[in-house]
Ligand binder design. Structure first.
Ligand code: C5J
Length: 220
């Protein structure tokens, strides 16, 4: 069945059978005090504010029967999947692999690397560990979506201008029709969130569509 959402720059049309919700990096390391995000000097409350909205979106996707995908930005404990250029970024007190209050920063299996409790994945949902900012780079996401005949992706998560935008651009280049839920994404730098939303739907939807969650929930 086709659903039409009031979106920018034009209505977004999708079929639930070919649609996946992609929730980017709603991990303790970014959202909770004591993680990577806070160690970089950010105010994590700017991100935690969207959790109830992402939870409503996730509940909707589950009840509508969409495929659900969760991503985690994460690296192997020996950092073999972390290029030197990425390792050297950050601040001296917060580098990938350093010990922090929630375990080693951005390392797979550490407490801080987990998805926050209120958005915990269920059986049957895909969890994609990604060493890059984009969800397709060096992951099996493309193959998993192709196996399920997914053509449309609805995006949420953090941070808007980094991992969400990179993943959405990768998806757009691969031919997916992409919708970003505006109030289910956040940045430590609010102006960057606004700019990213504007960029995505500019020039006739050069990267895709954007809409608030209510527009999706009211769609039929
Ligand atoms: C960042 C992300 N901001 N998930 N990661 O480093 O956006």
């Amino acid at each position: 069945m086709t659903t039409i959402v009031r979106a920018k720059p034009a209505p977004f049309t999708f079929d639930a059978r070919h649609t996946a919700l992609v929730i980017i990096d709603m991990q303790r390391d970014f959202i909770e005090p004591g993680g990577f995000g806070e160690a970089l000097g950010n105010d994590v409350s700017l991100l935690s504010g969207i959790v109830p909205t992402v939870a409503r979106l996730l509940a909707h996707a589950r009840s509508a029967g969409w495929q659900v995908v969760h991503t985690r930005e994460s690296h192997a404990p020996d950092l073999s999947d972390c290029p030197p250029a990425k390792l050297l970024r950050g601040t001296p007190n917060a580098r990938i692999g350093d010990e922090g209050p929630m375990g080693r920063i951005l390392i797979r299996g550490e407490p801080g690397n987990a998805i926050i409790d209120s958005l915990r994945p269920l059986d049957g949902e895909l969890v994609i560990d990604k060493p890059g900012k984009g969800a397709f780079y060096a992951t099996r996401l493309g193959e998993e979506l192709a196996m399920r005949d997914i053509t449309h992706l609805v995006f949420a998560g953090v941070t808007t201008e980094v991992c969400v935008q990179t993943s959405m651009r990768e998806a757009n280049d691969r031919g997916y029709e992409c919708l970003l839920i505006e109030d289910a994404t956040a940045s430590y730098i609010p102006a960057f969130r606004e700019a990213t939303i504007a960029m995505i739907h500019s020039q006739g939807g050069i990267i895709g569509w954007t809409a608030p969650l209510d527009a999706l929930l009211e769609a039929h």
